[in-house]
Write a protein that binds this ligand. Structure first.
Ligand SMILES: Nc1ccn([C@@H]2O[C@H](COP(=O)(O)O)[C@@H](O)[C@H]2O)c(=O)n1
Ligand SMILES: C[C@@]1(CO)OP(=O)(O)OP(=O)(O)OC[C@H]1O
Length: 160
């Protein structure tokens, strides 16, 4: 059996925060606001994986009212979600994601993002694809007020 999941996340861009996307700390004048490190890409991927396994969403597993998650590295959240997926006897087939950011430019960082995600999911690099797009200066992304990310994930149930 195969199952698909979708994830979407947005974080506000403000001064005085780091801009961590896909586990890469990207030099930028502004960074992402959140209870955790606000890694918008990893949050969308977690939600896609949880969705595919009918396990709810990231806020259910890691409430933003819980001090344990304050400032947490979202790669830790991703690795935990991978464990939840495996506990339900699912293997990840592939992940595809898009980051919507007017700035900073992400192309030079995409390979490292994919490598981080592959490592945390115990997958080959080829199973992961990350893309970036501006929104042509339109909307909150275009005004550089925030960054959004979408992801899809395919899971396959393995025999036990
Ligand atoms: N933050 C971003 C946004 C886009 N890119 C790269 O530029 C290409 C063209 O962007 P469009 O918005 O015109 O689609 C896109 O395919 C990305 O490769 C980027 O590096 N960082
Ligand atoms: C990750 C969590 C938990 O630290 O906090 P945020 O960094 O605010 O991120 P969000 O995308 O709102 O997802 C759920 C949260 O519970």
């Amino acid at each position: 059996m195969i199952r698909i999941g979708h994830g979407f996340d947005v974080h506000q861009l403000i001064e005085g925060r780091r801009c961590i996307i896909g586990g890469v700390d990207i030099p930028h004048s502004k960074g992402l606001l959140g209870h955790s490190d606000a890694d918008v890409l990893l949050h969308a991927i977690c939600d896609a994986m949880l969705g595919a396994a009918a396990l709810g969403d990231i806020g259910k597993h890691f409430p933003d009212t819980d001090v344990r998650y304050k400032g947490i590295d979202s790669r830790e959240l991703l690795r935990h979600v991978v464990k939840l997926i495996r506990a339900k006897h699912y293997a990840i087939v592939n992940i595809d994601a898009t980051v919507m950011a007017q700035a900073p430019r992400l192309s030079a960082h995409i390979d490292q993002m994919c490598a981080n995600i592959a490592e945390d999911c115990n997958l080959l690099r080829d199973a992961i694809n990350v893309k970036a797009t501006t929104t042509e200066k339109l909307g909150f992304v275009g005004r550089e007020e925030g960054i959004a990310a979408e992801a899809v994930c395919l899971l396959q149930r393995f025999q036990i």
